[in-house]
Design a protein around this ligand. Sequence first.
Ligand code: 13P
Length: 252
Amino acid sequence: MRKKIVAANWKMNLTLAQGEQLVNDILAAGIKLPEGQEVVIAPPFPYLLKVKQLIRNYPGIYLAAQNCASEKSGAYTGEVSAEMLRSVDVDYVILGHSERREYFSETNAQLAKKIDQALANGLKPIFCCGEPLEVRKAETQNAYVAKQLEESLYHLDAAALKNIVIAYEPIWAIGTGLTASAAQAQDMHAFIRSSIADKYGREAALGLSILYGGSAKPSNARELFACADVDGGLIGGASLVAADFTAIAQSF
Ligand code: 13P
């Protein structure tokens, strides 16, 4: 059966001391992770080593980076390669977050290269997709997301696809307090899964974890995670509060 995952995306928040405190509070809360469920923490780059140290003895808790370079190595000042991330024991990497697409002009083609770098270095990409508000209003969100999947993922073979996690994050729901309704989330997740089935077959689609992101919080996580095709969440704001994040992680 596919994994259930709740991932914390800290974005550009917290000092090292605050981040350590947050991780320690989450660990102290003693989240119970049944077989097949994972927690993933994605702190900013400078804290990766420290967070790995803190979580090392907690089975089921993994480390993610929030981005990686599209190139292998070389003269790319300020970039961090997938190989570097793997060398400090990072497990996952968030790729294609809408904030990266919008503020740093990341394209579907560039993201395909990042996906390849991540996979070549043993990192599991958490590939984000999702539509802006005007697309949702025009009711063309399925075509919009299908294009994101096609242009960044569909060059992969079925074996590589097994290492991918997809996060559906409707842009209009990120940090806005507007959550997709459970029905809206389920519709899109089912659409993503059927698109993957069309391309890679039913077994690949059934094995794929698809997370929801966008104003997820303790009060709505249970309803979202109860949807048949929602396999967990990618959590922004609420992941910065230990009690909220641990409550969400226990909402299956
Ligand atoms: P919020 O949970 O703050 O809406 O952010 C969602 C998100 O972007 C996670 O990657």
